[in-house]
Design a protein around this ligand. Sequence first.
Ligand code: PMP
Ligand code: GLN
Length: 374
Amino acid sequence: MTTIFAEMSALAVEHGAINLGQGFPDTDGPESMLEAARRAITDGHNQYPPGIGVPELRHAVARHQREQYGLDYDPDREVLVTVGATEAIAGAVVGLIEPGDEIIMIEPYYDAYAATAAMAGGVRRVVPLIPDGDGFRLDRERLADAFGPKSAVFMLNTPHNPTGTVLSDDDLAEIARLCIEFDVIVVADEVYEHLLFDGRTHTPIATLPGMKERTLRISSAAKTFNCTGWKVGWISGPPELIAATKTAKQYMSYVGSGPFQPAVAHALDNELGWVRASAAALQNKRDMITAALLDAGFDVHRSEATYFVCADPRPLGVDDGIEFCRSLPERIGVAAVPVSVFADDRQPWHHLIRFAFAKRDDVIADAAERLRKL
Ligand code: PMP
Ligand code: GLN
């Protein structure tokens, strides 16, 4: 079995298609970060770093959260460096869940949530997003129904992959209320925390009253600094939850890779201007791809953040998103991913497809031209 990202990327390669399926940027992060990694290699940072991550990075992560959100974490006991957000998710879920515990997640969900819940013997409960105008919102009735005596973890993802939705403050407050009432730990995947559009701002759930002590916050250099191949992520939270995550993590990867960690620390401290410019450029790319999809005849859902936009091909007479995505690379030379594979109840998502737009403007323009030929 392969992930949908691997399947669609392979089809893109086979047909020489523009890959708007798997989400990764086609330009590098800030030059000073790349230079810091080269320097770290030359300076001999090439052996196992400390298991919890190099001190420079843990301190930079703590500083960053204090400056951005007023969240105070002790870099020695409350921050753990991981092999991307993926390992932070796996470590937290495996570290916190006992077989039979319930883990609540928003549907559609990022594929790693379901896989790691299954590895840990957890039972998945889903809370769907529902269409709301041209965007999505959380189904509040289903949210309340998802909580019960076996609830252990709420896997939160905002900004949300694959829809590009930013959960409202009101939804966050309700999730927080329920997690406190049912004594549930929140694992908050906030990897798109800096990629918001149209003046929107990101609210970490850990900033809500009573939540910091029950939240593990995850982020990653992959999205913020265009370095998906470096696999540098981190997780922050109360010492006992970090300790549980670390216990699992140390038998997954033992440690993360050494020379990239000081480079990411440098970027967190010095390159937030680059990140702001990158988010502004992404907003423009979103507008380009949205216009092309509308011209091609799709209905398009509003993308508020991330580098994903979801399109509905039913006006084109197509209602099977999986088959459509399998045919697109050969038909027009563009790859996308179907959203229904990220859902337990596939029916409401059957038609929907996701395009990733973190690509150079000329690549987006080329993809736009191909889409308009549909
Ligand atoms: N969570 C979400 C919501 C993601 O979209 C991704 C990657 N696209 C990850 C986690 C994984 O992040 P990383 O590459 O840092 O492991
Ligand atoms: N997170 C990326 C996406 O959503 C892909 C990562 C992966 O291939 N697992 O497209």
